[in-house]
Design a protein around this ligand. Structure first.
Ligand code: AMP
Length: 588
């Protein structure tokens, strides 16, 4: 398959401002793709060579990438760097320089194929050790020399691990359903397969080669992370008891990092909530799982929490952030020790537990763990009334937890991989303001700063996620709570995601000065949620032609690096928070 076909399609996707057109272009591309390379095309489209959980680093450092462009176009590194400072996108810079060169030389080379590009990038990604930098440089410069300017743009973006197309998993699943599943309805089946395998390429390959029936048979397997189940939220015990009327278990909600551990004999692999392989970061957790999970093969979920080893007290989430590093892991392990609190079991010795009710999973988990100070199951209790729930909640907070997770024990209480549903409800400490909880919002645009903030951003346009439509809707403009350090750092973080027009998956009535692909999530607290004619979140659901907005938003200082844009707070959650706020107002 010619690589130019892919590049043309990417260019069309980049140019569109409509979600459905984006899917149409993607459907066309998938239909054009020969079955034996469908996996590769799916990964490339998201700027990857493999699914996230496979730890092969696609990206290379900017400096090296810059050198490769310089070598391929025969210009000095400084010239490339100067242009990069203007475009903020090495893809665009490479395209520009290559266009000049092609005009000047007019010599023809054989066209690139997808197979050749993928193969070279793969070799690049896998070369390591001494001399690997030179090898990578030669590979990349070679590719660029054979590429057209447009192809070079996307090759560079893949290499930088940042396609700026904002094609999310759900967009690919939609397109696959239309192209190969017989229509949009097939998405449910494809989604379940994706939820238990976290591998879009694999799902694509099976549906293309073997059809939808084969996709239905996808099974949980050790080594393939399962997309995590997520919780809804409620603000009072009454509401929780009403919602979970067929019985539930309340568990401490620990304030740490979610880990999905896969054990196969002595081999243990750890995945983050975003399903990245974080095994190397937590050698202590690996050891604890090896020694204390008594099953040959198992998949369990746990919260890793920073602790004070002398007192066994839990420490806040910020402490654990020191463990997020590549080097000095042994030292960090000593300085910031952790405990594991296991809270779910998804697979054990040949049995898929994801389709079993919660109590069955919970009981099996209790059976296969040898508990110590450092490995425990989440503290839990069955609750029958408001008083018990309230006192257990107080106990959780006293013990350094955020609140409770209330989990249905009813018949249908299966593990809903990849979904946020009412089977799990989080109940967090009430805050003093009218807004009862923080929200996690996606940065989709920015406004230039003035005065003290000249040269950086003055405020950000923030959005919630709408999973039904797979789009991002604006909810507030936020310029408060950012420290000088944040303001210095943010352009660096955001530049990678800058795009020339509003992203196709963003619905906004406001015009930002700068637009971003939806990627970065920050935590925000506000005074209250109000009806708004200018924000598109929950548009028309509460009042016609109006959406919901957050008044007096303030960045809490917490970058939610653990969340992808699609994990942000949803429009529905905001709608529910608004209703709760109204109810409270009426009661008082
Ligand atoms: P949130 O990040 O606020 O949406 O809350 C959900 C997160 O709470 C999960 O992803 C887990 O990391 C964490 N958590 C802490 N304790 C538990 C528990 N007992 N059960 C499930 N999740 C828990």
């Amino acid at each position: 398959m010619w690589f130019s076909l892919i590049a043309d399609c990417y260019e069309k996707i980049e140019a569109t401002t409509k979600r459905f057109e984006m899917t149409d272009h993607l459907v066309a591309l998938l239909k054009l793709t020969p079955p034996d390379i469908i996996e590769k095309v799916v990964y490339l489209t998201q700027g990857k060579l493999y699914p996230d959980f496979i730890d092969v680093q696609t990206g290379i450092a900017e400096k090296l990438a810059l050198q490769a462009v310089s070598k391929a176009v025969g210009k000095s590194g400084r010239e490339i760097e100067e242009d990069l400072a203007k475009t903020g996108d090495l893809g665009e810079t490479a395209q520009k320089f290559l266009a000049k060169k092609t005009q000047a030389t007019l010599f023809k080379v054989a066209p690139l194929t997808v197979e050749a590009v993928y193969g070279t990038l793969d070799r690049m990604a896998r070369s390591s050790g001494t001399g690997s930098m030179t090898k990578k440089l030669t590979f990349l410069a070679g590719l660029l020399t054979s590429a057209t300017p447009k192809e070079a743009k996307y090759i560079m973006r893949i290499v930088m691990g940042n396609m700026r197309l904002g094609i999310a998993d759900m967009t690919v699943l939609d397109a696959l359903a239309i192209a190969y599943g017989g229509g949009g309805e097939a998405r449910v089946t494809l989604e379940r397969a994706y939820n238990v395998s976290s591998d879009l390429g694999k799902v694509a390959k099976v549906v293309v080669e073997k059809g939808l029936k084969a996709v239905e048979k996808f099974e949980v397997s050790v080594g393939n992370p399962i997309r995590p189940m997520m919780a809804e939220r409620l603000g009072s015990s009454e509401e929780i008891l009403e919602k979970l009327d067929s019985g539930f278990m309340a568990e401490f909600k620990y304030d740490g990092e979610r880990i999905q551990a896969h054990k196969q004999g002595r081999k243990v692999t750890l995945f983050s909530r975003r399903l990245e392989n974080i095994t190397d970061q937590y050698p202590d957790a690996v050891g604890l799982i090896q020694r204390h999970v008594n099953a040959e093969k198992a998949i369990v979920e746990a919260e890793a929490v920073a602790i004070d080893v002398d007192t066994n007290e839990l420490k806040p989430f910020q402490e654990l952030m020191h463990r997020r590093r590549k080097y000095g892991i042994k030292e960090a392990m000593k300085e910031y020790p952790i405990s594991l609190f296991l809270f779910d079991l998804l697979y054990a010795d040949g049995d898929d537990y994801t389709l079993k009710p919660y109590l069955v999973r919970h009981m099996k988990l209790e059976q296969i763990i040898t508990k110590t100070d450092r490995v425990k199951t989440a503290e839990s209790t069955i609750v029958y009334n408001i008083e018990d729930l309230e006192s257990f909640f107080e106990k959780a907070v006293e013990n350094g937890c955020e609140g409770l997770m209330c989990k249905s024990t009813g018949k249908g209480s299966v593990y809903q991989a990849g979904a946020r549903g009412w089977m799990w409800i989080k109940y967090k400490r009430e805050y003093k303001s009218e807004m009862t909880d923080t929200v996690d919002l996606v940065i989709i645009g920015a406004f230039h700063g003035r005065g003290k903030r000249a040269g950086t951003y003055g405020a950000f346009l923030l959005a919630t996620y709408n999973p039904e439509k797979d789009i991002f809707e604006t909810i507030t403009k936020c310029g408060t709570g950012f420290t000088d350090e944040d303001l210095r750092k943010l352009p660096e973080i955001m530049n990678k995601h800058k795009i020339v027009h509003k992203h196709a998956r963003v619905k906004s009535m406001l015009e930002a000065n700068v637009w971003f692909e939806p990627a970065v999530v920050i935590e925000v607290m506000g005074a209250e949620i109000t009806i708004s004619p200018v924000h598109t979140c929950a548009m028309d659901t509460i009042r016609k032609d109006s959406g919901l907005a957050i008044r007096f938003p303030r960045f809490t200082g917490n970058y939610r690096l653990d969340k992808s844009a699609e994990n942000a707070t949803t429009d529905r959650e905001i709608g529910e928070m608004y209703q709760r706020q109204l109810r409270k107002l009426k009661e008082s």
